[in-house]
Design a protein around this ligand. Structure first.
Ligand SMILES: [Zn+2]
Length: 512
């Protein structure tokens, strides 16, 4: 029998060849009989299998198609469907579910329902970040839309509701926002326009996000009408993530990093004598803020003093192509890895640019633009030892009774700095706070902060933006703050003072 199987194997191996190729005369009568029998069975099987194979193929095709569609829907279309308020599928969800609540991480309800309408108990306080659920949707109302319209209430309860044609209660979105910090940031901005972002450097959790001018989301009908009839209205714009500003002197951190990378030995012995009220670099006149002179400085002191002339000088020593590469590694000219809408920061300088743009670009003026969120992410990268985390707003989802349905984990973008670079930049940023431009705002603080201030002129020097980016504490960075105040010369609100108030609040919270 074993021999028979070998013959069969030999024959089948040559499948597709004419049968007579196997010399039948060499086989015993039993072997010939066996082979004929097997061939008959093969033919029958083949005939029977034809439609079976056909059906299997069709089923497999349909199945693969179905799976691909489900995957495609889950990965690609879900977000689009969720983002599209007009989508009929979600309308059907909405028809069966009462939109869930949005909470802060410390248990305050910031979006709920009252008398059949959406209600925001804190009004303007969480305006942009909580967003609104009508019209095009925005903020957490948009990025959490899917979860707010899902119901994980008790299955029996859901069944009863369905039978009675009643709506089920949607799930609760627990945001990463902290009520106390949001309030501190909001109050510290006072009447000034601008934005604040506070985040955890090691997780990317956004703790506070303020944008002014603001609006009351309870009055979204009027707000929407106003925003769509007045072309100058930028009330609905979330300046924290969608606003673009000249980075001013906060950009000196990135110029410092580029200089360290391009002159790994030269930066340590760098010195500049800021002795004249103005100096010419690449044919352009540069002066320090308030036309001050800073005298002899090394790199660390030049950053602490925020000396424009020293940084204009450093700019002329940089290879522009490599400089731009570093900036693009840090997400300039690229989309931010963030789920809500965000602006693309801009760094335009390249090898072909007019050399006159180099000095201004080095100290944060020129054509460079950045969003407050992006500046927070860069600062958080320094605070987190060089690893950039993706910022996020939703911590977890619970059913309406408080049982956890899902938890979102922090995720990293990339390692963008070495620990040596982090160590040097951190020591420079500490000096800004202890003896540099931020020192007057941080005297008597019970924690050690590190940061960088910025004053950017705009409208041809008619007004000032005031910036602060920084973190605390020095030894154990737990909170990063990025603040931009528009027209700080008029409203008197200084970004460093806003940051101080947020840090103070953070360290007064329970557990610190
Ligand atoms: Zn100077």
């Amino acid at each position: 029998m074993k021999k028979n199987e070998e013959i069969l194997k030999k024959k089948r191996k040559g499948s597709g060849k004419p049968e007579h190729e196997l010399d039948m005369s060499l086989l015993t009568p039993e072997q010939q009989e066996f082979l004929k029998r097997e061939e008959k069975i093969d033919r029958i099987n083949e005939r029977m299998n034809r439609p079976v194979i056909g059906i299997t193929y069709i089923c497999a095709f349909l199945f693969v198609g179905l799976i691909s569609y489900i995957l495609h829907f889950m990965i690609v279309e879900k977000d689009q469907v969720i983002s599209n308020a007009a989508n009929t599928r979600l309308d059907r969800y909405a028809a069966n579910v009462i939109r869930g609540d949005i909470m802060t991480s410390d248990g305050k309800k910031i979006a709920t329902n009252r008398n059949g309408s959406r209600y925001y108990p804190y009004g303007k306080l969480f305006a942009h970040v909580a967003g609104y659920s009508d019209y095009s949707k925005a903020g957490i109302e948009l990025v959490g839309n899917y979860y707010l319209l899902e119901s994980h209430a008790n299955p029996f309860e859901r069944m009863v509701h369905t039978l009675r044609e009643e709506k089920n209660m949607g799930d609760t979105v627990i945001s990463t926002l902290n009520y106390e910090l949001q309030e501190a940031a909001y109050d510290a901005m006072s009447g000034a326009d601008g934005a604040v972002v506070a985040m955890e450097p090691d997780t990317g959790k956004i703790l506070a996000m303020v944008s002014k001018p603001d609006f009351d989301p309870n009055d979204i009908d009027e707000v929407w009408k106003e925003a769509n009839t007045n072309p100058d209205s930028s009330m609905l714009l979330n300046r924290a993530s969608q606003g673009l500003y000249p980075p001013g002197s906060t950009f000196k951190l990135l110029t410092t990093l580029s200089f360290m990378r391009q002159k790994p030995f030269g930066f340590m012995t760098y010195s500049y004598d800021c002795e004249k009220k103005e100096e010419i670099f690449n044919g352009v006149s540069v002066h320090c803020y308030g036309r001050k002179t800073h005298g002899e400085e090394d790199l660390s002191l030049a950053l602490a003093n925020s000396c424009n002339q020293a940084y204009a000088d450093i700019g002329t020593k940089l290879n522009v192509r490599k400089w731009r590469e570093t900036m693009e590694e840090f997400l300039f000219n690229k989309s931010l890895p963030y789920t809500d809408a965000s602006a693309v920061s801009r760094f335009l300088l390249d090898a072909k640019s007019d050399k006159g743009y180099i000095p201004q670009t080095a100290f944060g003026q020129g054509d460079t633009l950045i969003s407050p969120l992006h500046n927070a992410m860069i600062t958080a990268t320094i605070a987190n030892g060089g690893l950039m985390m993706k910022p996020y707003l939703i911590d977890s989802v619970e059913n309406y009774k408080g049982s956890r349905i899902r938890k979102f984990s922090p995720s990293s973008y990339d390692t963008l700095m070495t620990s040596k670079e982090v160590e040097i930049l951190t020591s420079y940023m500490r000096r800004v706070v202890t003896e540099g431009t931020a020192a007057p705002y941080f005297s008597g603080a019970e924690y050690e902060a590190a940061g960088k201030t910025g004053t950017a002129e705009y409208e041809n020097g008619a007004h000032d933006y005031s910036w602060f980016v920084g973190f605390a504490s020095l030894e154990q960075p737990e909170i990063v703050v990025s603040v931009i105040v528009e027209q700080s010369d008029v409203n008197g609100v200084k970004a460093s003072a806003v940051a101080r108030r947020i840090f103070d609040t953070y360290y007064s919270l329970e557990g610190h």
